[in-house]
Each structure stands twice: as structure tokens, then as C-alpha cells.
Design a protein around this ligand. Structure first.
Ligand SMILES: C[S@@+](CC[C@H](N)C(=O)[O-])C[C@H]1O[C@@H](n2cnc3c(N)ncnc32)[C@H](O)[C@@H]1O
Ligand SMILES: [Zn+2]
Length: 295
């Protein structure tokens, strides 16, 4: 009898763990557990997502740049950048002249992004104006809220990530807060075909959710098996010109809330390359040798 109870408990625990880790990707375990899981998955992530990344130029970079024709130097937040697929696709476009802040909670995923983006940079040696170091900055940031002031970016992207939150309202509120009025949200909707029904919002429900969060002109386009691509515009209008900004010009200090950073070389013997130090309260953020700011 005892062995039946033992096996039943084992099956139930196994099912719950499988559901939490592979279905919810650690969403209920907190950001540190999620970061740990993604750090473990990071090296194999791109190999598993090849199908989704095949058409990134055609499905992500080109349509986005087409909507940005009147924005001379778009300032872009790639929230949950993962291995940097969007930045990579944008850097591959000859007419991309903007700047990207690529944020993720997993340092492992950001390390993969850094490596991939340096390949784009090497290919682009003869065009220093589009060098990765000048166009993309990487930041690890563990949990919402986002560390940026309201209405900061011309574009906010959040690809294949909304489903990881217990409620999609939470990320959508934050993403639209940091988007400028009239700015573009590029995101995804999990499809009915994905077989993950608990996370799927039908097209009408997804559209209403975006509208309730202050977005309009919502276009849902079939993309690949698991996700549709979604483009929307934030209500209101503002000048499309923001001008290129550095991360240190928009990053709010987590202690005092000020946006005032100085950069210093790290002390000798430390593994980091440098540090950002808040001029107002002295809080210091390490910057890794691969250029990731650890917030
Ligand atoms: C399925 S991957 C998608 C990555 C990338 N956007 C893409 O399309 O390839 C989800 C990513 O979201 C990140 N993530 C999950 N929750 C996050 C949060 N609260 N803040 C930042 N990143 C988060 C994970 O670390 C992971 O890199
Ligand atoms: Zn501070």
C-alpha cells in the first residue's frame, strides 16, 4: 500500500514540477529561480528556437523599420531580449541608425546575446557607425518595474515573453509606461496551435487587453507555429525624435531613483571590467567584460 502512495506522490510532484519549469518557465518561482533556469538553458536556446528565428529579418526587422520611417534615430527597448535576436536582426539592416537597450533577467542569455552581436559587429567592420558597441547596450534587470522614466522609448519590444507572467496586464502596463505616446509596441501572441491553452489569449481578448493598456492600431499577423507577431501604437502623439541616448542617460538608480551615473574602471583583481556609480547616492553597478550592466 505504501508503495502505491509513494508512486502517486512522486507522479503528482513530477507533474507539478514539469508544469512549473517547462510550461510556466519558473514564472511562479520568482525572478532568481527564473534567471537560474534561463542561465541553464541559454547555451542551447538558439538551437531549439531555430524555426522561430529563420524569418527575423523579414518578420521583425523590416516591418519595424518600415513603421519608423519618420524617426531618424529610433531609441528601442528590447525587453526580455534573450539571446538578442531582435538586435541582431536590426544590426543586419543597412538602414538601421537607432540605439537599442537590450534587457533580460538572465545573465546567461545576455552572454549569448553579446557573443552573437559581436559576430554582427565583425561582419560590419567597414561601417563603424553601426558598430554594436555604439548601437546596443545590454542590461541584466531581475524584475518589474522597469528602471526607466515614463515615455522614454520610440519602440518597445517584448517577444515571446508575455505568457511568462502570471498576468499579462503587469508587463503590458510597464511596457506602455516607458513607451512614448505614438510609439510602437512589437510583441507576440501565443497561438491556439501552440497547444498551451492555459496561456493562450484569443485574438479578440488579446486585442482588448492591448486597448485597455492604451494601445491602438493593433495588427496581429500569423508568424510561426507558436506565436503571432503583434504591432500596436501607443495612444497620443509626440515628436518621433528622441535622439540617441546611452543607457546611463535613462537608467534610474534602484536606490535613490536619480538618473546620474559616472563610469569608473573596476578595482584591480575584480572580474568585472568597470562599474557605473550613481553620482547622487554612490550605488555601484558592475559591468562585465562582455559589456553587461548588472542591475
Ligand atoms: C522565451 S524567451 C524569449 C527571448 C527573446 N525575446 C526571443 O524572442 O528570442 C523569454 C526570455 O524572457 C526573459 N524574462 C522572463 N521574465 C523576465 C522579466 N521579468 N524581466 C526580464 N526578462 C525576463 C527570460 O530570461 C528569457 O530570456
Ligand atoms: Zn542613486
Amino acid at each position: 500500500m505504501n508503495w502505491i502512495i509513494g508512486i502517486t506522490i512522486g507522479v503528482i510532484v513530477g507533474y507539478l514540477l514539469d508544469r512549473e519549469i517547462y510550461f510556466y518557465e519558473g514564472a511562479h518561482l520568482g525572478p532568481r529561480a527564473q534567471a537560474w533556469l534561463y542561465d541553464r538553458w541559454s547555451r542551447k536556446y538558439d538551437a531549439g528556437k531555430r524555426e522561430s528565428q529563420l524569418r527575423d529579418d523579414e518578420m521583425l526587422a523590416r516591418p519595424l523599420l518600415d513603421t519608423l520611417k519618420d524617426t531618424p534615430e529610433p531609441f528601442i527597448l528590447d525587453f526580455a531580449t534573450g539571446t538578442g535576436r531582435l538586435s541582431f536582426a536590426l544590426l543586419n539592416q543597412a538602414d538601421f541608425t537607432g540605439r537599442i537597450i537590450a534587457l533580460d533577467l538572465s545573465q546567461g542569455m545576455l552572454e549569448q546575446a553579446s557573443e552573437k552581436l559581436s559576430r554582427a559587429e565583425r561582419r560590419d567592420d567597414d561601417s563603424p557607425s553601426r558598430r554594436r558597441s555604439a548601437s546596443v547596450e545590454l542590461i541584466r534587470h531581475l524584475a518589474l518595474p522597469l528602471p526607466f522614466p515614463d515615455s522614454t522609448f520610440n519602440v518597445v519590444c517584448a517577444l515571446e515573453v508575455l505568457e511568462l507572467f502570471p498576468s499579462m496586464d503587469e508587463p503590458l502596463k510597464e511596457l506602455t509606461r516607458v513607451l512614448r505616446p505614438g510609439g510602437i509596441l512589437l510583441t507576440t501572441r501565443g497561438t491556439e496551435e501552440s497547444g498551451r491553452r492555459a496561456k493562450v489569449k484569443s485574438k479578440p481578448v488579446f486585442t482588448s487587453l492591448l486597448e485597455a493598456n492604451g494601445l491602438r492600431e493593433i495588427q496581429i499577423t500569423p508568424w510561426w507555429k507558436l506565436f503571432d507577431r503583434v504591432l500596436a501604437r501607443k495612444n497620443g502623439e509626440s515628436s518621433p525624435v528622441v535622439g540617441a541616448k546611452n543607457l546611463s542617460e535613462v537608467l534610474r538608480c534602484g536606490v535613490c531613483g536619480q538618473v546620474e551615473w559616472g563610469r569608473a574602471r573596476a578595482e584591480p583583481g575584480r572580474s568585472e571590467a568597470s562599474a557605473l556609480t550613481c553620482r547622487s547616492c554612490g550605488k555601484s553597478l558592475s559591468v562585465t567584460t562582455t559589456g553587461i550592466v548588472l542591475n
